[in-house]
Design a protein around this ligand. Structure first.
Ligand code: SAM
Length: 301
């Protein structure tokens, strides 16, 4: 008998959904979403688009970062009474840099059956097409948003990588408006030759992989008018024996803003205002802070 002909068993179904391409939904995900009693969603409006596309009429309820714990009580009561509940995030696997892990743990503690329905995930999709070692990798989700905390975290990771005998593949999720700042920090911690893979818009029309050094990726992105789309970033963190020469410069003072602005103006044939805008984006700083720094440097001459 086809397992899909059997009645859907009671339990919490953690259902992966597409990260861009609707064709990536699995047959099993569709079956569970159709036959469960309720779908708990990170954002009901987002999931409704998916359900409309596949003509699924199952009722939805919200379950997001801010109400996961309150909602859990209600969902667990229903699950203990024999309900079949699917949990989805906006895209990809619930629980992976998305709500879901807490509810799964609470359900397990309440002796509710928890069933994974595998499918798309940005980190693993980027990893398998990166060309980096896949036997061991370290998924870190999003780095801290604040520049200081992010830099500290990267320094900790560099120290950990130096204790291992072989290169380590690190995987990060990053927002487009923070990517230049993160690349600048990676370059200052590990040096310009650090090998990275930037995977953008996976499974979508404009899917793109940049597989080169961190300095090259940063330069390529900085030249764009706007950086759009969803980004997964992989880093091949070198072990001690192959520490990069650039890394030694990590704690030397950064090149002067005035020098960088002048070089950008001459390399890219742009005016000072445009150069300031691009450099601010590249460094993850505000234009006004950078302008003040430029004025300070000029006054010191
Ligand atoms: N749960 C999701 C998963 O399983 O991949 C991840 C959710 S997390 C809130 C969203 C982040 O994942 C994005 O900011 C981006 O860093 C990464 N991401 C999601 N979709 C992506 C895509 N199509 N291409 C590249 N990265 C993606």
């Amino acid at each position: 008998m086809d397992p899909n002909d059997a009645p859907l068993a009671s339990g919490l179904y953690l259902v992966a959904t597409p990260i861009g391409n609707l064709g990536d939904i699995t047959l099993r995900a569709l079956d569970v979403l159709r036959r469960c009693d309720r779908i708990a969603c990170e954002d009901t409006r987002q999931t409704q688009k998916l359900l409309n596309h596949f003509e699924i009429q199952t009722p939805t309820v919200s379950c997001h970062q801010h109400n996961e714990r309150q909602r859990a009580t209600e969902l667990l009561d229903a699950l203990k009474a024999g309900a079949r509940i699917a949990l989805v995030s906006d895209a990809g696997m619930p629980g992976i840099s998305d709500p879901g892990a807490w509810l799964a743990a609470a359900a397990i503690a309440a002796q509710v059956h928890v069933i994974p329905i595998p499918g798309p995930n940005a980190a693993l999709s980027a990893l398998i097409a990166s060309g980096f070692p896949t036997a061991e990798f370290h998924f870190l989700g999003f780095l801290p948003e604040k520049a200081g905390a992010r830099r500290t975290r990267l320094e900790e990771l560099a120290a950990e990588a130096q204790r291992s005998a072989s290169p380590r593949t690190l995987i990060f999720y990053e927002a487009p408006h923070r990517i230049l700042g993160t690349l600048a920090d990676l370059e200052s911690v590990w040096g310009p030759d650090l090998r990275v893979v930037l995977a953008r818009e996976l499974t979508k029309i404009h899917e793109e992989f940049l597989r080169t050094s961190v300095a090259e990726v940063r330069r390529a992105l900085a030249l764009r008018d706007r950086i759009r789309g969803e980004i997964t970033l992989l880093v091949e963190a070198p072990p001690k024996a192959s520490a990069q020469p650039g890394a030694a410069q990590a704690h030397q003072p950064a090149e002067k803003v005035s020098v960088r602005i002048a070089r950008m103006q001459s390399d890219l044939r742009i005016d000072e205002k445009e150069a300031l805008k691009r450099l601010a984006r590249e460094l993850g700083q505000s234009k006004s802070d950078l302008y003040r720094e430029l004025q300070r440097q000029r006054a010191r001459r």
